[in-house]
Design a binder for this molecule. Structure first.
Ligand code: UDP
Ligand code: MG
Length: 269
């Protein structure tokens, strides 16, 4: 008896992708004989994403949906999907199909061999504009240095065994950085390489501004370097202010002496 696979698909303004994702992922898993459920998490979309999910769920029994009251961000959507999953293992995959769904079959085979965390690792990053590529590259350099985990080719595309899912869902973290946390929890891990595909429809939700905000949030949530930075800045300003105060005091005393000397040696004034 094969284990049940839950597929979690975060979706924010992806009306054009829901049906395609159901067809593409559903067909691949059915052909591979993998029992599955598809959990779409509508992360507060402003378009018709939710009605599309409802429509799919009404005709395809393996489809379920979670509906957020507003946009909480991809990490929250992933964790909500994982908390609803019933599977013996779960895959997280972008619903824009930039993560090739065929790779789920390879991941599942590795899970059957006993691996508990199977990380999708980007062998190429797909097409990105110059500024976006630069921002993403700088972010990964920074976050790898801050967390001590090599994140350059990491992605949110991964398969997790029930054990790892339970640990992640039970963690009290808010705004957790999913792709780093899944390495951090440990377990028997391996990787599957994949090429990032181009988006079929819709557009990337990441502006350079949102990428910077995401980078700062994730660095702060995953590393104590910013806290140490605050302490170091505090100590440094204390030293500088102390020295400055001391110098002012010396100058004040020396100045008072000079004024007294002037008074003493100019008797005719
Ligand atoms: N996404 C989400 N909430 C957000 C932003 C994105 O659930 O606030 C989803 C989005 O629908 C997609 C996945 O996360 O399925 C990746 O987003 P996107 O394609 O915009 O990122 P990129 O591939 O450009 O890095
Ligand atoms: Mg994408």
């Amino acid at each position: 008896m094969k284990g049940l696979l839950s597929v979690v698909l975060p979706a924010f303004n992806e009306e054009a992708m829901i049906e395609r994702a159901v067809l593409s992922v559903g067909t691949i898993l059915q052909d591979a004989g993998i029992p599955h459920e598809l959990i779409f998490v509508d992360d507060g979309s402003k378009d018709k994403t939710w009605p599309r999910i409802e429509a799919a769920a009404s005709v395809v029994p393996t489809v379920r949906g979670v509906h957020f009251s507003r946009n909480f961000g991809k990490e929250a959507a992933i964790l909500a999907g994982l908390s609803q999953a019933k599977g013996d293992c779960c895959v997280v995959i972008d619903c824009d199909l930039q993560h090739p769904p065929e790779k789920i079959v390879d991941m599942y085979a590795l899970w059957e061999q006993g691996y508990e965390v199977i990380e999708g690792e980007k062998s190429s990053r797909g097409k990105e504009s110059g500024l976006h590529a630069f921002a993403a590259h700088s972010f990964y350099k920074l976050i790898s240095a801050a967390t001590g985990i090599d994140m350059a080719n990491a992605s949110d595309f991964k398969l997790l065994d029930r054990k790892a899912v339970d640990v992640l869902v039970r963690m009290p973290e808010r705004g957790a950085f999913f792709r780093a946390l899944s390495s951090w929890v440990g377990f028997r891990t391996t990787t599957v390489k994949f090429d990032v595909r181009e988006r079929e429809a819709g557009e990337s939700k990441w502006s350079t501004k949102s990428l910077i905000k995401y980078a700062l949030n994730n660095i702060a949530s995953f590393s104590n370097v910013p806290m140490q930075f605050v302490t170091a800045t505090g100590v440094l300003s204390l030293v500088v202010c102390g020295l400055w105060g001391l110098i002012s005091l010396i100058r004040l005393i020396a100045g008072a002496d000079a004024r007294r000397d002037r008074l003493l040696y100019r008797p005719h004034l």
